[in-house]
Write a new protein. Structure first.
Length: 236
């Protein structure tokens, strides 16, 4: 059995490598849109797993960021161009931006050096906030994002609690703890002989909003009581 927890790229690579070894995935992407399963209820092939909403929440993350930083005339959107869902991310965010008349600046990065360059571009263009797109490479860099957002005084929202714990402003996304627990449950069932084809893809139903008040204060932002009450966790 193969368990993939590196997002869509890892799952796509595993599927390309074998059509017979059972694969249990954990990713923030729609496996149906990526052609990995025949249907969510009956996957049909050698893959099943947990599909956390990630890309589908980009519009909601933009809405939350706009509410916290309403004075940002320009909001940056960071995407990894090598991510198979990068185009879908941008389409959803751009549609949400048009609805609130928000200007966007799209910047790309797939390496640490490119991240540094992207933040310099955001600073040069005077972006007032940043939406970090869903991507496994970005997920793995909480300390780097905390340093860059602090160094450029950039209010940022991402999908990952770890980024906020490291010092970024906000996160909103599927609960990773719930998703990893279910991944382990499915891995155990496959090891006991159940075929992936018969195990329905589990979709995340719990989402966490986390806010770092210490970071907000350092950025000169006021988080409303209403927003704090909406948060699942407030880091002080």
């Amino acid at each position: 059995m193969i368990v993939t927890i590196g997002g869509a790229p890892a799952t796509v690579a595993a599927r390309a490598a074998t059509s017979t070894i059972p694969i249990v995935f954990n990713m923030t992407a729609d496996p149906l849109k990526l052609g990995l399963v025949a249907s969510l209820n009956r996957p049909g092939g050698n893959l099943t797993g947990i599909a956390m909403l990630g890309v589908e929440l980009e519009a909601k993350r933009l809405e939350l960021l706009h509410e916290v930083v309403p004075t940002a005339a320009l909001i940056g959107v960071l995407v990894n161009p090598s991510n198979p869902q990068a185009d879908i991310q941008l389409q959803d965010v751009q549609k949400a931006a048009r609805a609130i008349s928000q200007r966007l600046l799209v910047v790309n990065a797939s390496t640490e050096q490119e991240l540094e360059t992207a933040f310099k571009t955001l600073a040069q263009e005077r972006a007032g906030a940043l939406l970090v797109g869903q991507d496994s490479f970005f997920t793995s860099q909480p300390a780097l994002f905390a340093r860059l957002t602090a160094g450029h005084a950039m209010p940022a929202i991402s999908a990952w609690r770890a980024h906020v714990e490291a010092g970024s402003l906000m996160s909103y996304g599927s609960s990773l703890l719930d998703a990893y627990r279910q991944t382990g449950v499915y891995a155990g069932r496959v090891l006991k002989g159940e075929p992936p084809a018969a195990l329905p893809v589990v979709q995340a139903v719990k989402f966490d909003l986390v806010i770092n008040l210490k970071t907000a204060k350092a950025l000169g932002l006021t988080i409303s009581n209403q927003m704090q009450l909406l948060a699942d966790e407030v880091i002080e």
